[in-house]
Design a protein around this ligand. Sequence first.
Ligand SMILES: C[S@@+](CC[C@H](N)C(=O)[O-])C[C@H]1O[C@@H](n2cnc3c(N)ncnc32)[C@H](O)[C@@H]1O
Length: 233
Amino acid sequence: MELNTIACMDCLEYLRQLPDDSVDLVVTDPPYNISRKQDLVYGGRRIRKDFGDWDYNFDPVPVMKEIKRVLKPTGQIYVFCSTEQIPIYMRIFQEAWFFRNLLVWSKTNPPPRLSKTNWVFANEYIVYAVNEKVKLNKVTFNFPGQRAMKNLFITPILTGAERLRSPEGGSVHPTQKPLAVLKRLIEVSSKPGDVDVVLDLFMGVGSTAVAAAQLGRRFLGCRGQGYPPLSGL
Ligand SMILES: C[S@@+](CC[C@H](N)C(=O)[O-])C[C@H]1O[C@@H](n2cnc3c(N)ncnc32)[C@H](O)[C@@H]1O
């Protein structure tokens, strides 16, 4: 696979073309399986509940198995997930990987819950692991200091300038992750220059690639079927 490009294909098909132990860091945002076919209508307002067909019945198990194969033993992984998916990823990482932490992305402006029948979901989660139980002095940690080491990122959800637009038609992605959060993960867990390769199998609008490129890291990945490939970010 050519470095610094984003392919357009199914993630498993893409992963099977990557050699063993070829990636240093995975930062990825698979489907949360939270879509519902029917929008919510409350007080005359329509709230979108369907992000797309891709957000139904996603099975993380085969994808995580392939990621484990392509990641170096000292390689690190960050997986964004929903509240309901935390136990799934925790089990995968605790059984076969080196589970390290659960990070929280806390939103200052979460979507409201107009019905007032539950707490508002203001957090998303990032499960963090190293591929194998290696000595930690072999693993890349570029922590600048204690203050920057909290497993908590507090940012707004994207509403304005930080929304990336895909080159074809300039559309935005309904679940784009903040560049600020992606950049913190990549900066801490990979080396700049022609050293490390950062992989994302669920690039969406390409945010992981943009974050990696802005930090001078090489990247690889795919963005699902039905999109043209992206390069030259
Ligand atoms: C949660 S979104 C990722 C958004 C991305 N982090 C961003 O900031 O734009 C998941 C993405 O994975 C894509 N996708 C879903 N199933 C896929 C598959 N089997 N292979 C590759 N991509 C897939 C969807 O089209 C969607 O864009």
